[in-house]
Design a protein around this ligand. Structure first.
Ligand SMILES: C[S@@+](CC[C@H](N)C(=O)[O-])C[C@H]1O[C@@H](n2cnc3c(N)ncnc32)[C@H](O)[C@@H]1O
Length: 236
C-alpha cells in the first residue's frame, strides 16, 4: 500500500508557509514503515502531546529538524526513560528516521511529525511540559535577506521558554559561525534563559555526542562546530 495524500496530510502542513524542502523520494519499504508506525507514534495536526499516550512522569524532550534521525536514535538509546518528540518537515528524513528508530528498538518511545516545529510548539505542546529541546545544525539561510527564515527568532525563542519546565534545557549546535553567533545573541537576550557557558558563550562538544550528517559535512569542509546550552531559570 502506498502513502496516500490524505494519510500524509494528517502529519504535514503543506499549506503552511515554511522554508525548506518537504517532499522527496521514499522507498516502498520506508512507506510501509510509515503506514505502520505513524498511526501509533505520529503526532497528527489536530492532536496535542496530551493526546499522545505519554506515560505519566516520563521526561519529554523535543528535537527540531532531526534530519535523518542520527541524534534522535542516539538520544533514545542513551535515555531509556525519555519520550522524544521529533519534528522534521522533510518527508524522506522522517521516513529514514522512523526506519532507524524501529531498527534500534526505540521507536515506541518517540512521537514523530512532519509538521513545522513552529506549529508544533505553538499548538501541540502545552506550557511548561518539555524537559528539553535540541536543535542541531539548523538551516543557515546565509543571505541577509533570508535571515528571517532562520528557525531561531526572538518570538520563537520566547515561545520555547514558555513550553519548557523550569530548569529545562535548550541545546543547539551549528557548524556555521555566523548562525551560531545569531542564535547566541537572540537566546542570550531571551528573558527566562541562562547561558550555561556564561561569558564564554559556547560549551565544549559533549564527548558522547553522535556526529550528525550536517556536523560531518561541516567537518569535511573544515568548519568547526559551536555548541550552546541554555537553561530555563527556576523562579520561586
Ligand atoms: C541542515 S539540516 C540538519 C539536520 C540534522 N539536525 C543534522 O544535524 O544532520 C536542517 C533540518 O531542519 C529541517 N527543518 C527546517 N525547517 C524546519 C521546521 N520549521 N520544522 C522542523 N524541521 C525543519 C530541515 O528539513 C532539515 O532536515
Amino acid at each position: 500500500m502506498r502513502l496516500t495524500k490524505e494519510f500524509r496530510q494528517q502529519y504535514s502542513q503543506q499549506e503552511m508557509r515554511t522554508h525548506g524542502r518537504k517532499n522527496g523520494f521514499v522507498t516502498t519499504g520506508q512507506e510501509a514503515r510509515l503506514l505502520h508506525w505513524l498511526p501509533l507514534i505520529g503526532l497528527p495536526k489536530e492532536k496535542t502531546l496530551r493526546d499522545a499516550n505519554i506515560p505519566e512522569g516520563s521526561p519529554v524532550v523535543m528535537e527540531i529538524g532531526f534530519g535523518n534521525g542520527d541524534f534522535l536514535v542516539q538520544q533514545a538509546q542513551l535515555h531509556p526513560d525519555w519520550i522524544l518528540v521529533g519534528a522534521e518537515i522533510y518527508l524522506p528524513g522522517v521516513a529514514k528516521a522512523v526506519a532507524r528508530l524501529e531498527d534500534a528498538g526505540v521507536v515506541e518511545r518517540t512521537r514523530i511529525t512532519q509538521l513545522p516545529a513552529q506549529f508544533v510548539m505553538e499548538h501541540q505542546v502545552s506550557a511548561e511540559s518539555l524537559d528539553g529541546i535540541f536543535i542541531n545544525h539548523p538551516d543557515p539561510w546565509p543571505k541577509k535577506k533570508h535571515h528571517k527564515r532562520r528557525i531561531i527568532q526572538k518570538d520563537f525563542a520566547a515561545l520555547m521558554v514558555t513550553r519548557l519546565k523550569p530548569g529545562g534545557f535548550i541545546k543547539l549546535a551549528s557548524d556555521i559561525e555566523d548562525l551560531a553567533e545569531w542564535m547566541r545573541e537572540i537566546l542570550d537576550q531571551t528573558p527566562g534563559l541562562q547561558n550555561m557557558a556564561g561569558d564564554a558563550g559556547y560549551i565544549q562538544r559533549d564527548a558522547d555526542r553522535v556526529t550528525t550528517k550536517f556536523e560531518e559535512r561541516g567537518n569535511h569542509a573544515g568548519r568547526q562546530s559551536h555548541f550552546l546550552h541554555y537553561q530555563k531559570i527556576v523562579t520561586n
